[in-house]
Write a protein that binds this ligand. Sequence first.
Ligand code: BF8
Ligand code: SF4
Length: 641
Amino acid sequence: MERSTDRATLYGLETAAREGIITIWDRYEAQLPQCNFGLLGVCCRMCLQGPCRIDPFGEGATKGICGATADTIVARNLARFIAGGTAAHSGHAKHLAHTMLKMADGKAPDYSIRDEAKLKAVAARVGVPVDGRPINDIARDVARAGLLEFSEREEPLAWLETTVTPGRMELFTKLGILPMGIDSTIAEVMHATTYGVDADPVNILLTALKCSLSDYAGMHLGTDLSDALFGTPTPRASGANLGTLRADSINVAVHGHNPVLSDIICEVAVEMDGEAVAAGAPGGFNLVGVCCTGMEVQMRHGIPWATSSLSQELVITTGALEAMVVDYQCIQPSIADVAACYHTRVITTMSMAKMPGATHIEFTEEHAKERAREILLLAIEAYPKRDSKRVDIPDITSTAFAGFSTEAIVGALAKVDPEDPLKPLVDNIANGNILGVCLFAGCNDVKATQDENFIVLAKALAKENVLLLATGCASGAFGRHGIFTQEAVAEYAGDGLKAVLTAVGEANGLGGPLPLALHMGSCVDNTRAADVAVAVANYLGVDLDKLPVVATAPEEAMEKAVSIGTWAVTMGLPTHVGVVPPVLGSAAVAGLLTEGIKDVTGGWFIVEPDPAEAAKQLIAAIVERRKGLNLPVPASVAALD
Ligand code: BF8
Ligand code: SF4
């Protein structure tokens, strides 16, 4: 199997091999063959009498020591995966709520409300009084309302109830999966799946769906608070890929997820640029992003994005990186080992995310700029130790348009129809110029050739006039392969999609189309796409499970991607995954996720590693939805059936 389709990654891998650096791909190969019990999800380690494993062929043990079946074990493992993803996303949101609260109380002087309109809109939505109040008072109440989402309450989560369709709320109530607290739902999954509690796979899956709705609410909260604190993104051009590192600059990578750190680093790097020049780097500081925090600063500041989680080690093997500053999530512990072979400083910043071999500078909101300054001084200190003979930056960069928040998309549509902004989108879906909408999300996974599934799928769907939205590492794949450009529209879009993107782009003074896909932000920002779908559903007066909207995580890897995929299905969307999740050890669980659930939520999982085949199945799902709404199906698409 090829390791990547990205030229810069392949270039970096050659450098790594030459330098004797071990990367994630080498470690993956060293793990092969991986344990089939684990791959099938039938290994249980939930008590000390185990580990137990079930023989999927029915020849060995058919039950664990306690009597748990493969169905129970697979469902329990999946539920805990989803709880892990939920904890990560909502922990990120909780962090932002604390930041906002400290800011409102005057304890975090380096933060402010940069988007008052967004804060007020969120406040009004969740029932916080707005009129005539000082902005910090509104912020304090919104932050407190956000924190209240975590513990057990008597009413449904505000960030769920006020952001989904009425039909979904009715369904969640009917199914008994309405979460009453984010942390309490995570705890409920842990309780239900511990020794001797829930053995019914269907019931376990329902608890898992409930948890995924907490994930959704936590993510929505995270995006809302980030926008209020740091600004709601607006479209802007930036660069993508490893070629965005500069030999003449002090290169600092911000890596992880939360803009609480990376946004301040951006600000302080500008203030300290003269010091970087004085240290001998004519280009001053050059900040680049890695993973989702990279997306946060790309969306808001146009900071170039260097690479995604899978290829993070290769930012260091350019030999030109002075510091990799990390917060949390998707950070490989191996980066400290790779950095040890260079002059690069790895700087951890969060008390919950430390790493042997790294320097820890605790980042506190009370002293944000001061800490950012300390961090950047370490980068300046590292710069003279750079070995210029080992600098090997691949000269590979693509242009990437980013910044398509929901507000930005609605704003762009308003240039076409100021009275009724959603109308141009809805009309073009109705007339078939846009066949449907597909949200691309999720990771790169070392088990798939990097970016291949993303790009094959994107081209196949765009050709059939599917509007493409992207977040997280999907945005990474699209960015480095030139999908976020106007040129890609000419090359890959079907005629209907091309016409719509061009009409909207021209109405917005772009002198051409919008990019082929709309970069909506980091992984946590997936609810921006849900907001667009909910707005369209409410506009049409139908529920989400009727819309020709699908989702895909074609190279998913992390627990977070599984929890997102699960809420997408719970919201009623057909959702593709390209890496087979560990559920095949239970035909019952696999069947429920890919078929049975369709009758419950309207959504279902499509598990298909072949991207060309996945494209056909996603188009078929869109066509089925169009027929359900009595919308025309173009003959060319009908012929694909
Ligand atoms: O949260 S897409 S590899 S970087 S988990 Fe991680 Fe997956 Fe990337 Fe962002 Ni999301
Ligand atoms: Fe084995 Fe049951 Fe313990 Fe799991 S919970 S390890 S199946 S005895």
